[in-house]
Structures are given as structure tokens and as C-alpha cells.
Write a protein that binds this ligand. Structure first.
Ligand code: ADP
Ligand code: MG
Length: 611
């Protein structure tokens, strides 16, 4: 047989690489803005037409490029930022892979005009689908201007995958905001379809935040400032009463680079514990400065996930510095600082009675007062939001107010309110009957409460796993024989993309060819459940658009669902008492993590109407 392996032509290789780096117009905006900052620009203008489909233009007054660099910059792995492997560990620049321009040039029409201060004239280069079309001298100011037209002109699949202009432009704004919030010392502007949306003059961080979010932000920012040997944390958190129904205003930066982190996010949530209503998200703009040797930004191609060597210490520093900031500004009246040294979250909520909150409250301050009526049914019922709250787990010990609030909302919304008062506390199980090993019926004041036991177990396991997950990797158990599963390319890609997260869930795996070999699994799963769990995991991780928190929710839900399946429960079982207690100590015992009803009440009236 003749040899059949060939090297891919460079322009095809670039097109493939482009798929990783450039997913949508917003990715182009991000890469070009970052390049301009790396080039030392002080003023960066972004001009966009039709949400970036027809034009993305970046003009900067940075150091510019020589004629040779203006050609070289479009080569793959062409970068001025890394020369030796050691450089990789001391990076201060945003780019370093030398992939962005090669990728963009492979899938768009690109015009570059650039000049350095050493040269009288500039260079004008046009490239279409990696092909050099034109190179000539030109007259331009010092700096660089990129025009990207007809993005994805030769990749119809990508083009068709783009969402509406609205959605795509929102992505652009997200990227723009993440960068401008990291650099208040630089001047930025953004124009869309000839309309100027942002004109951000240089100034202090507070001014930048206010310029981006609007004037009303000024009154709600509480400064955070903490310097330790490990990390310096500065920035602002929003006052609790300004917490939002979405996570739109949550920003972490490390060494001026935006990143997302579910674990650190849970530290912030914990700092706000008891001060904000459930399903609400605190605003934060937190800037970490840390020795670049102690982080790894190389984990993800689009670089929003970052590995920290000392993540546990940073977690506790974050928690205490935010609590201190809130305390200093009299937002959290008296704080018990003993508690925050133990940032390990409770392992289990088993048999946990309603615990008095450790934070003592300002009698004047009612965090729920102004927001009660705005809570919508979707916010209460949406399972995602419960998962996200669980992610924070700051609310794992609901305060009495939380409980009241929770039921108040439930009652307002439900035709049949759930009554949880039992005739006698200890009678919960005694008077209960189990039907078909699946449902529990218990008399309560208003009638009969029915509990779907499998779903109750799903909720309990989910809560425990989520609580474990955010404080440490989930307990794992080695398999005697590795379990092998065939995967599609897309599944393999997602598995690899989320490898870090999947490991934290207790899996140990190796990808070989198109198979995943699993060597260890979360201890809670037995071998029978593993197969179904993997199917669910793989089906649930292919969410390109959702963030890490939601992926974690989906993955943990998959484990909880598969490990709670096909259980039967026996009458008067002692374990049942524990199970019911655990269910009621969960903050979300009405709905399972999959959004299905766990309990319901058959009211006396309903029972009477049967006769
Ligand atoms: P990276 O940023 O990873 O180095 P890029 O493909 O984004 O890779 O850019 C390649 C090189 O082109 C950069 O290293 C830099 O030398 C040069 N470059 C890109 N954009 C600019 C700019 N706006 N001004 C000056 N030089 C630039
Ligand atoms: Mg770059």
C-alpha cells in the first residue's frame, strides 16, 4: 500500500486552528484589543458593523509594526512575546500563542495598516483566507489599524452558526467590558453601526466602573483592599441591597486578565451569606495580583479559565477581605470573624436542625424588604438558579428569614401551598406509608404529604456533591478494571475541554483514539450506574454557550440522577428518617435538581372531595 499520510497545507491548518480561537465576532474583538494593549497603546478604538459580520476595525496608537513584522504577524506561532519556554511562566502580556492573527487571516478579509515611530512611512497589507493580496507603503500615524471584513467568508458552517445580531453584539460588549474594566488607565471607544456606545476616558477604577455600568453604580460600590504574601486583592463589591437577578456584574481579574472561577465565586457568595436573598447575585469587580509563576493561563484556548497554585489560600483571603470590607462600611453590622477561618464547607447536612445564624443582624436592616415583590416565579422555580445558589453554598444554612421568605414565595405562587408542619415532629415517619417502594405518604396538618423518594435522594446527593465539589475534589474510587467507552469526536472534545472539572468530580480518565478509559469514578456511583452516568455526562457537557458554573451543575446533576435511580425504600426504615431530615435541611427540597417536583400535598379538601 502506498503512503497516505500528508501534511495539511498551512492555510487549512490555520483554518482548523481558527475554530479554536475564533468562535464568533466577539473573539476577534477580544484578540485585537488584547494585541493593542500588549503593543502599549493608550488609546484603542473599536468600530463594528452588523455585529461584526461585515466589519470589525481596531485602531490603536501602540508601538506599531515594521514592514517585516507586518507580514510575519500572520504566520502561525509568530509572536514577539515568548522566546523561551521559561518566558511562558513569567508572562505579563495577554497574548503569547501567536495564533490569533493567523487564525483571523485564515477566515476573513484582513487589512492591516501600521507604522513604528522609527519609520517615516507605514506598511499596508491585505490578506484574504491566508493569501497575501497586497503589500505597499502607506502614510499612517504611528500605531496599528486592523480591518476585518467578511468574517467566516470561507467557513459557511461557522457563519451559519452565528446567532442574531443582537446576541452576537452582546457577546462583543461582554468582551469589550471585560477588557476595559481591566484597564482604566487606557482610553477606549466602541462604535456600532455608526453609533457611539462607549467613550471611556482614562481615570481611576471607580470611574471606569461607573462609566461602564452607569452613574447609579457609584453609590453601590464598597472598596476591597487586601495585601498578603500570596495575593493582593483590590476592587469593589456591590452593596448587598444592589444584588442582581443575573450574574451579569461579576468580574474577576488576575494580573489584569478577566477570568471565571466557580470556586472563588463561591467565596464571594459566602462572604455575602445571610445578607442577600437567595437567587440573587452580588456584584463584584475583584482584581487579583499574583506572581505569574503561580498561575497557569494556558489551560484553555480562550483563556478565561486559570489554574491557581494556591487556590485554597486565595479562597480564604477573598472571603475574609470581602467580609471585612462589608463590615467596615457597616453593611454587615457585626461579624463573627472566628467563622471565616474555617472555609471548609459542611460535608453533610445530615440531621441538621435549623441553625441560628452566626451573623448578628442590624435590626433596621432587612435585606429582603425591597426585593420581595420582584421575585418572579421563574426565578424561584428555575432549577438552574437553585443549582447556582448551591454552587455558592453560602446559603447552606438558611436563616429563619430565608425560610419564611422561601415559603412566602411558594405560597404566593402556588395554587396548592405546600404545608410542612407535621402533626408532631417525631411522628413524621411513624405515621408514614411507603407505596411501591417509591413514594412516601405522611399525614400533616393540612392533609397528606407525598414525597417522591428517588427525587429526594437525587436532591440530597446533588447538594452533598455540590458542597464537596466547591471545597475539594469529590471522593473517588478506583475501578478494578478500567471502563472503556467509545465516544464521538464532539464528545471527546468536550471531555477534554472539561477535563479539569471532570477530574474534580472524582473521575480519572485517559483519552486514547476515540475512547475514554475510565480508571476511577466518584465513590457514590456503583458500576451499574456508571454506564448511564457517562451517557448523561456526555450528553450534558456539550453546552458551548454556558459557563463553568452551569456545566458543573449539569455534571453533578448527572451523577446525582444516575446514583439515585432504581432504589426501593422500605416502610419504617431507619434510614428513611435520616433521608427525610436531610431533605428538609436542604434549601431546595421542593424541586429536584432536574426541576421535578419532590413533594406535594393532598389537602383535606381534596381528600374530602373524593367522597
Ligand atoms: P500573540 O498575541 O499571541 O503574540 P497574535 O497572532 O495575536 O499573537 O499576534 C502576533 C504578533 O503580532 C504579536 O506578537 C505582535 O508582535 C504583533 N502584533 C499584533 N497586533 C499588534 C498591534 N496592534 N500592534 C503591534 N503589534 C502587533
Ligand atoms: Mg494576540
Amino acid at each position: 500500500m502506498s503512503n497516505i499520510i500528508k501534511l495539511l497545507p498551512e492555510h487549512i491548518a490555520n483554518q482548523i486552528a481558527a475554530g479554536e480561537v475564533i468562535q464568533r465576532p466577539a473573539s476577534v474583538v477580544k484578540e485585537l484589543m488584547e494585541n493593542a494593549i500588549d503593543a502599549g497603546a493608550e488609546k484603542i478604538q473599536v468600530v463594528v458593523k452588523d455585529a461584526g459580520r461585515t466589519l470589525i476595525q481596531l485602531i490603536d496608537n501602540g508601538k506599531g509594526m515594521s514592514e517585516q513584522d507586518a507580514l510575519l504577524c500572520f504566520e502561525r506561532h509568530a509572536t514577539s512575546k515568548v522566546q523561551t519556554a521559561d518566558d511562558l511562566f513569567a508572562l505579563r502580556t495577554k497574548g503569547f500563542r501567536g495564533e490569533a492573527l493567523a487564525s483571523i487571516a485564515a477566515i476573513a478579509h484582513v487589512t492591516l495598516r501600521t507604522r513604528t515611530s522609527e519609520s517615516e512611512t507605514g506598511t499596508h497589507v491585505t490578506i484574504e483566507g491566508s493569501k497575501l493580496i497586497l503589500k505597499e507603503e502607506c502614510v499612517v500615524p504611528v500605531g496599528t489599524s486592523f480591518e476585518i471584513k467578511n468574517l467566516f467568508f470561507n467557513v459557511p458552517a461557522r457563519r451559519n452558526f452565528l446567532k442574531s445580531d443582537n446576541v452576537e453584539f452582546n457577546h462583543i460588549v461582554d468582551e469589550f467590558e471585560r477588557i476595559v474594566l481591566a484597564h482604566p488607565e487606557l482610553h477606549f471607544s466602541l462604535k456600532h453601526n455608526d453609533q457611539e456606545l462607549y467613550q471611556l476616558h482614562t481615570g481611576v477604577l471607580r470611574k471606569r466602573i461607573v462609566d461602564v455600568l452607569g452613574k447609579s453604580a457609584n453609590d453601590k460600590l464598597v472598596p476591597v483592599d487586601e495585601t498578603t504574601d500570596i495575593v493582593r486583592i483590590t476592587g469593589y463589591v456591590g452593596k448587598p441591597e444592589f444584588a442582581k437577578r443575573s450574574r451579569g456584574e461579576q468580574f474577576f481579574f488576575v494580573n489584569d486578565r478577566f477570568f471565571k472561577d466557580i470556586y472563588f465565586n463561591s467565596a464571594v457568595n459566602k462572604a455575602f451569606d445571610g445578607m442577600i436573598q437567595q437567587k440573587m447575585f452580588p456584584s463584584y469587580f475583584l482584581y487579583l495580583e499574583i506572581d505569574p509563576n503561580k498561575i497557569d493561563v494556558n489551560v484553555h484556548p480562550t483563556k478565561t479559565e486559570i489554574k491557581f497554585e494556591e487556590d485554597r489560600s486565595i479562597y480564604s483571603i477573598l472571603l475574609s477581605s470581602i467580609r471585612q470590607a462589608l463590615g467596615k462600611f457597616n453593611i454587615a453590622p457585626t461579624l463573627d470573624f472566628d467563622r471565616e477561618t474555617s472555609f471548609d464547607l459542611p460535608l453533610s447536612m445530615k440531621n441538621q436542625p435549623a441553625v441560628e445564624p452566626v451573623i448578628s443582624y442590624d435590626p433596621e436592616y432587612n435585606p429582603f424588604q425591597s426585593t420581595v415583590n420582584r421575585q418572579s416565579s421563574s426565578a424561584v422555580r428555575s432549577d438552574n438558579s437553585s443549582a447556582l445558589r448551591a454552587e455558592g453554598f453560602g446559603n447552606s444554612q438558611p436563616t429563619p428569614e430565608d425560610w419564611q421568605q422561601f415559603y412566602k414565595i411558594e405560597e404566593e405562587e402556588q395554587a396548592e401551598p405546600v404545608q410542612l408542619e407535621f402533626e408532631e415532629e417525631e411522628e413524621r415517619i411513624k405515621g408514614s406509608k411507603i407505596l411501591k417502594g417509591k413514594f412516601m405518604f405522611t399525614p400533616c396538618k393540612s392533609g397528606i404529604m407525598m414525597i417522591h423518594l428517588e427525587r429526594a435522594v437525587e436532591r440530597i446527593i446533588y447538594d452533598e456533591l455540590m458542597s464537596d465539589f466547591i471545597s475539594r475534589p469529590i471522593a473517588s474510587q478506583k475501578l478494578l478494571f478500567p471502563f472503556t467507552r467509545d465516544c464521538t469526536n464532539a464528545e471527546l472534545r468536550e471531555w477534554t475541554n472539561h477535563a479539569q472539572l471532570i477530574n474534580r468530580l472524582g473521575f480519572e480518565s485517559i483519552v486514547q483514539g476515540n475512547e475514554v478509559h475510565i480508571h476511577a469514578v466518584p465513590a457514590i456511583l456503583n458500576e451499574e450506574q456508571l454506564h448511564e452516568c457517562l451517557n448523561m455526562l456526555l450528553a450534558n457537557i456539550s453546552f458551548k454557550e454556558i459557563d463553568k458554573g452551569e456545566i458543573a451543575h449539569e455534571l453533578i446533576r448527572s451523577i446525582a440522577v444516575s446514583s439515585s435511580k432504581n432504589r426501593t425504600f422500605i416502610d419504617q426504615d431507619e434510614a428513611l428518617q435520616g433521608l427525610i431530615d436531610q431533605l428538609f435541611s436542604s434549601t431546595e427540597h421542593v424541586y429536584s435538581p432536574s426541576g421535578k417536583r419532590i413533594l406535594n400535598t393532598l389537602t383535606l379538601e381534596e381528600i374530602a372531595s373524593k367522597f
